[in-house]
Write a protein that binds this ligand. Structure first.
Ligand SMILES: Nc1nc2[nH]cnc2c(=O)[nH]1
Ligand SMILES: [Zn+2]
Length: 442
């Protein structure tokens, strides 16, 4: 059950006009999971009275604590979690064949699926990911087990059963008709749960793995049911060459998805490193978004995404861990690596203005919400949104952060983004319910 809550202290979030805004000495009121007020704390009594929250316990944060929105992982392969931190010696296409497909094929086994999915959901939650956009595998029933784990641990997620009907190994491929029928079965199963925090996402793996016919049918299915869509695009040069050879009649990579009806305002495209200006323009026109996965792009040596160009072109962008191409399930790592990728571009081009920690923070929170078309529900502390939040303590036991006399709240926030880890994330709330620390009742 989500409780009613009042929390007073220091806050940080992104808005439509500011990448990062610090609110010192504020109070927030939460009723039935939703934010009722967010005001300076001298208005506390009046707000409590106006919103009939008198019976509610008031939590007062200490000066070393602050509240931030929960982080949003816009691209993560739950089924690749067993491989996180290993097998990064090959480029994308060889890596898929040698490590990824064999691992994913094992998820036919429901015991293995439940075990791995429980671990990945609990680890990402502990690391402050309140919303995740997951790839599962081609297996329908085991993909449903990921939904079970998301619900059990109290995370918010989009869950995708993967589609692959060509150019895949014999042990991990579907017949086109089965792929579509099983996707329909999966979508029905997820929707009939009527859990607003667990939704299906249509998940053609990437163009090389899917026939045009299947992609078109998936586009129709998404449209009929107003579903999210996720896939990969323009991640490596080898992949782009392969795509050109496989789809000679397409204008470019984006055109393949566009012709299939897969580019909508609820589509998130992972990577997008090698997109042309025309492709970014089409993505913007369709209202689709990009998931920037910097750890993966460095770990698999795929390339460096120019985030400034993506932002300049008006394309919505969030951060993804892309486990296990990315080895870290933490979006704090995503924030740091995004900054370092941008710094690297600036080292090689003196004119280049790298992104700041504030921009990276925005991408991990409100940017992610926009990328997943969920900005009406989550992403910051706007009144009316659901309360997905982290209580951060830079002085937590075992913390690797030291505060000094001349540090202000903004310094604490910056230090957390660079030096913090799950030890500093003392509490995690999803829709007003405290899901970390885990209690016996959960
Ligand atoms: N990083 C990454 N790229 C992909 N492209 C197609 N499949 C994958 C995958 O599993 N991981
Ligand atoms: Zn991926």
């Amino acid at each position: 059950m989500s409780q009613n809550l009042v929390i007073c202290g220091n806050f940080v979030h992104a808005t439509n006009t500011e990448y990062m805004i610090v609110k010192e000495g504020y109070c927030i009121g939460v009723k039935e999971g939703k934010i009722l007020f967010f005001e300076p704390k001298d208005r506390l009594e009046e707000c409590i009275k106006n919103h009939q929250l008198e019976a509610c316990e008031i939590i007062r944060l200490n000066p070393f604590q602050f509240l931030m929105p929960g982080m949003i992982d816009t691209h993560i392969h739950a089924s690749q979690y067993p491989n996180a931190g290993k097998g990064l010696d090959l480029g994308l296409l060889e890596w898929l064949n040698k490590y990824t497909f064999p691992t994913e094929s094992r998820f036919k086994d429901s015991q293995l699926a439940s075990d791995v999915y429980s671990k990945v959901v609990s680890n990402t939650l502990r690391n402050g990911t309140t919303t995740a956009c997951y790839f599962a595998t081609i297996h329908t029933d085991s993909s449903s087990l990921l939904c079970d784990q998301v619900a059990k641990h109290g995370q918010r997620a989009l869950v995708g059963k993967v589609n692959m009907d060509q150019n895949s190994p014999d042990f991990y491929v579907e017949k086109s008709d089965d792929s579509l029928a099983e996707t329909k079965r999966f979508v029905e199963d997820v929707l009939k749960r009527k859990n607003p925090r667990v939704q299906p996402v249509i998940t053609p793996r990437f163009a090389p793995s899917c026939t045009v016919g299947l992609m078109q049918e998936l586009g129709k299915l998404a449209k009929e049911n107003n579903l999210h869509i996720q896939t990969h695009i323009s991640e490596t040069l080898d992949e782009c060459e392969w795509v050109k050879a496989l789809f000679p009649e397409a204008k470019d990579y984006v055109d393949i998805y566009d012709q299939a009806g897969l580019l909508t305002s609820k589509t998130v495209l992972a990577h997008g490193i090698y997109l042309s200006g025309r492709e970014r323009k089409v993505i913007k026109e369709r209202g689709s978004s990009i998931s920037h996965c910097p750890n993966s792009n460095l770990s698999l040596r795929s390339g460096l995404l120019d985030v400034q160009q993506v932002l300049k072109d008006g394309v919505r962008i969030g951060l993804g861990t892309d486990v296990s191409g990315g080895y870290s399930p933490s979006l704090l790592d995503g924030i740091r690596t995004a900054i370092h990728v941008s710094n690297t571009l600036a080292i090689y081009n003196k004119e280049y203005k790298p992104i700041t920690h504030s921009e990276a923070f925005m991408m991990a929170t409100l940017g992610g919400a926009k990328a997943l078309a969920m900005e009406d529900t989550i992403g910051n502390f706007e009144v009316g949104k659901e309360f997905d939040a982290l209580t951060v303590n830079i002085n937590a036991p075992g913390s690797h952060i030291d505060g000094f006399d001349d540090d202000g709240v903004s310094d604490y926030i910056q230090k957390f983004l660079y030096l913090g880890d799950s030890r500093n994330i003392e509490e995690v709330y999803v829709a007003g319910k405290k899901v970390i620390p885990v209690t016996d009742a959960q």
